[in-house]
Design a protein around this ligand. Sequence first.
Ligand SMILES: Nc1nc2c(c(=O)[nH]1)N[C@H]1C(S)=C(S)[C@@H](COP(=O)(O)OP(=O)(O)OC[C@H]3O[C@@H](n4cnc5c(=O)[nH]c(N)nc54)[C@H](O)[C@@H]3O)O[C@H]1N2
Ligand SMILES: Nc1nc2c(c(=O)[nH]1)N[C@H]1C(S)=C(S)[C@@H](COP(=O)(O)OP(=O)(O)OC[C@H]3O[C@@H](n4cnc5c(=O)[nH]c(N)nc54)[C@H](O)[C@@H]3O)O[C@H]1N2
Ligand code: SF4
Ligand SMILES: [Mo]
Length: 711
Amino acid sequence: MQEYNIWDTGVEGQESEGYTFCDGCNEVPFCGIKFYQKDNNITRIESWPGFPASPLCSKAYATVQRLKNPNRLLYPLKRTRPRGASDPGFTRISWDEAYETIVGQLTRIRKDYSPHHAFFYVGDPKEPRAAVQRLAFTYGSANYGCESSVGCRRAAQLAELLTYGFPTMGNLPTEQTGVMLIWGTNPAYSGQPFMCHGRLADARERGVKFIVVDPRKTPTATTLADVHLRARPGTTAALAAGMMHVMFKEGLYDRAFSEKWIHGLDSLMDYTKEFTPEKVEEITRVPAEKVVDAARLYATSGPGGLLTGAQGTTHNLNATNNHRALLLIPAICGYLDIPGGVKKSTEPLEGMPGPWAEGPPVFTRKDLLPAMQANRLDLEDFPVWAEKIFEVQANHLVEWIREGKVKAFLGWGLNMMIWPQTHEYQEAIASLDFSMAVDYFYRPQTHPFVDIVLPAAMNFERLAPFAIHGRKIFGRKPVPPAGECKEDWQIALEIGARLGDPEEFFNGDVEAACNEILSMWDITYDDLRKNQESGVLIPAKGGEVYRKYETGDLRPDGKPGFNTPSGKIEAFSKVLERYGYPALPEYKEPMKTSSEYPFILISGARVPYITHSKWRDDAPWLLELQSEPVLSIHPKDAKKNGVHTGDMVRLKTRFGEMEVKAKPTIMVPIGVVSVMHGWANSNVNELIPRQFDPISGFPPYKEVVCSVLKS
Ligand SMILES: Nc1nc2c(c(=O)[nH]1)N[C@H]1C(S)=C(S)[C@@H](COP(=O)(O)OP(=O)(O)OC[C@H]3O[C@@H](n4cnc5c(=O)[nH]c(N)nc54)[C@H](O)[C@@H]3O)O[C@H]1N2
Ligand SMILES: Nc1nc2c(c(=O)[nH]1)N[C@H]1C(S)=C(S)[C@@H](COP(=O)(O)OP(=O)(O)OC[C@H]3O[C@@H](n4cnc5c(=O)[nH]c(N)nc54)[C@H](O)[C@@H]3O)O[C@H]1N2
Ligand code: SF4
Ligand SMILES: [Mo]
């Protein structure tokens, strides 16, 4: 096996430069870090000059503190006491022993059962993915999943594919944009992939109008919104139907476009008839006149843009249809793929569907997937998902393990608290023949339930993957890994090399694997080194083309139209109809409040200094900024319940309960409370049921009803 290919890290006693990307919010290599190091210590960092995403936020600075954290995993570990024991007795082992165990188990499982009985998984970190996908598919398993096939971006993407035939989270306003619709995202704090609050504020200065849909008074809403629609969580389909009702009734929609390009326009018009502004007010708690104002503003101030979140609209039991409904608003206004509207980029980098969340198909060996489609575990449970999304919907893992359909679980960046009723996944994974996890730190909510824990090199210490921004590619200049840490790609490649054909896995050489991908654009990692700061631009073949539904550029067969079964935007989805689901984006009433459970619970709305389960003891600097989870409750609700700032309260649903500190704030509306997720000692996902949207399989992280009582 080849040794890790480290770079010249400079002369002893002298400071030298390095380059890497921040992985602080689990975005694909997003913001660039230029760092200075001396004697294997990072001495300072700054925003990478010329890198498209900057400036760095507090979490990037915390990656320096994280690097030298004394609690870091530095060696491979194996468990010596029973799985789930309070002290599982992890002891240090060599990489050889770790690999022999893993490869031995994978070989046995392939022989005794099938390769599909091994489930490969990557949590929210995007960087390990391409290598892990190649490992899973080459080993022969159809069953690869990720955070997005538990509860992140892909449900919205499923809605986009069913409705528009292409994925889009919308885009930033351009010079032509007249109005923006921002639905269920708070880019002032988070946001994917734009982190664009400043650019939105600039657009507002230019006169662009903003409609923001969010139950909470977020900084995005308070700084941008001309109209803020504070819809009750989970009621997106009703609000969207109400806005379309007004547009249809007042003749504000783009009739010529809609009649030509929307499949099921008449049924949509029929369906939205009953969603009068008054009825929509009753359902969503948005005043009727605001529904009318928003509809008029959006339809008459175009071109209109759209910005949606990865998950704000899909963390409920009507996820797919809620998201489908909102997508139809820009569609009936004729704003799709026009300058200033909802653009579908003409020039993505060839061979790269979306940087790193999904690896380059040629490299990841996606060509092996069609022959394995019948072996996907989600095929029966979530057939629409299985048809459209290559990652396996991973929420029925508990059942599959109980039924003996999964025997081994291999996780990179695995956090078991991601799942609703976390303990059921912990118990299920603990009952497997074999499991392993790769991480930066030992995680008490996850690692006691697996057999082997491997130490991952951090952002400053790895070469792969390189960064892609639009058509520009940037390489890294790392320092050597601490202890015996290895980068995620190297671990995946070395397992692959030992499993079978070492050539297929570049003999474990990360740079050779990167070069295989870079060869798609006729460059090598050395070219990235030669253009370290500026990156390498891969020139586009042509200019931006709009209205591609007319030119045939949206469909693989080159015919005009959208890439859907009808060739049109599908208000009425032929795919959903084929599987017996509601074909129109129907509204479904969320869980009902009662005197016992009077509040609706939003769990996991993002906060600036924390990403999910990370950054607690990892980086004490950030812990100083956000030291504990809090529950936001409206001051009037707090007063009614005798709750004051800083009081401990008992948050309870029919499915679980926990203690948390209360923070009365007008950020949440009356009747809604919001709590942070990812805290090991108050894991809100134990309060969320294992119930799922039947189409996407998404859990109701932002729908469940609850009570709040002073402890
Ligand atoms: N209640 C509730 N639950 C939610 C959500 C919510 O809003 N509410 N949001 C959902 C969403 S959108 C998401 S994305 C998920 C979060 O998805 P998770 O997968 O739970 O994300 P993290 O908590 O960041 O966990 C990542 C783990 O990977 C490790 N890690 C970080 N970077 C790397 C790396 O590069 N390599 C390796 N090997 N390990 C690494 C970290 O140390 C951590 O242990 O949670 C989902 N769950
Ligand atoms: N600082 C930080 N940044 C992050 C992350 C992080 O944990 N911390 N996580 C990263 C990840 S994995 C993701 S997925 C993205 C998430 O990025 P976003 O999707 O922008 O997530 P949030 O900032 O929580 O914004 C979602 C908003 O949806 C609102 N909401 C809840 N229910 C509904 C509803 O039914 N309808 C509407 N219209 N709105 C609703 C919430 O009040 C919340 O303000 O952020 C990424 N960036
Ligand atoms: S927004 Fe902050 S945490 Fe996210 S990549 Fe950029 S610097 Fe890192
Ligand atoms: Mo996410």
